[in-house]
Design a protein around this ligand. Structure first.
Ligand code: APR
Length: 257
């Protein structure tokens, strides 16, 4: 998308908003080489049965298989690099906070790429592949850039299997993270919804909450979603192209204060 085809009203709002929130999904990491969840050809779920791997019951049944799969994903993420979309979100954070505004990036992703791109104001609704804790005593495990094998890794303190710090189907989202996200979208002037199909609740419900609170919402996504028809703006395309164009059109080539 060319910068000159971006809606003027969106650019003006982003330039002046007192509070900007962003909700991202796996689409923002797709250009870094990390498969999304629901892309038919390459998505994680196409090759694995989520209910075989992404539930507490699956971990209880076969902790070795579950921890190996998550550790392989963790190591694969470490080989990937943040893309221009991640970098643009870091710049938006810098510009908004540089002028005294409030910013919060709410991600459903567990890959850690937003942090590696420099985002600071961030909450991870679905946890992280890079935080592992004991399933028994909850002690956190120090990770290296090498496999955690033999699987499942065992807690040094109590010997129980160590699990990935991601939110599995059927588990509650981290309370503080979700509360921060809810609070932010209720006071934001602008919510950017980037690279998510909007199919998974309660995360997707943040868009409804933002709209009910009078927040202007802009979707940046490769394809339409259930929220497309109710968005103030829909920019269809790759996040790694659209977000940098939006930053350039809003702030030119000036770097954040
Ligand atoms: N730029 C923008 N959008 C993209 C790009 C891209 N380069 N590539 C893919 N997309 C879009 C897809 O069109 C799709 O709508 O990103 C969206 C990804 O949707 P999903 O695969 O459903 O992933 P996500 O929305 O993050 O899933 C939410 O579901 O399974 C759970 O916990 C898992 O956090 C995940 C949650």
């Amino acid at each position: 998308m060319q910068a000159d085809s971006l809606p003027e009203a969106l650019v003006e709002l982003l330039a002046a908003a007192r509070a900007v929130a962003v909700l991202t999904g796996s689409g923002v990491s797709a250009e870094s080489g990390i498969p999304t969840f629901r892309d038919a050809l390459t998505g994680h779920w196409a090759r694995f049965d989520p209910y075989e791997l992404a539930t507490p019951q699956a971990f209880g049944r076969d902790p070795a298989r579950v921890t190996e799969w998550y550790d392989q994903r963790r190591l694969a993420c470490l080989q990937c690099r943040p893309n221009a979309g991640h970098a643009a979100l870091t710049e938006i954070e810098g510009h908004v906070e540089g002028r005294g505004g409030r910013f919060l990036l709410v991600t459903q992703n567990v890959d850690g790429l937003h942090q590696r791109a420099g985002s600071r104001r961030i909450v991870e609704l679905h946890g992280s592949l890079h935080d592992w804790r004991c399933s028994g005593c909850a002690a956190s495990m120090t990770l290296a850039d090498e496999p955690l094998s033999p699987y499942p890794p065992r807690c040094r303190a109590c010997g129980q299997p160590v699990r990935p710090g991601v939110v599995w189907f059927g588990e509650m989202l981290p309370r503080d993270a979700f509360a921060a996200a809810e609070s932010m979208v209720q006071q934001a002037d602008l919510l950017l919804v980037v690279g998510t199909s909007g199919l998974v609740h309660p995360a997707a419900g943040l868009v409804d909450l933002a709209m009910d609170s009078g927040c202007a919402c802009c979707q940046i996504n490769l394809e339409p979603t259930p929220y497309t028809s109710c968005m103030r703006w829909c920019l269809q395309g790759a996040a790694g192209t659209i977000l940098p164009s939006l930053v350039r059109k809003t702030w030119g080539d000036s770097s954040p204060a």
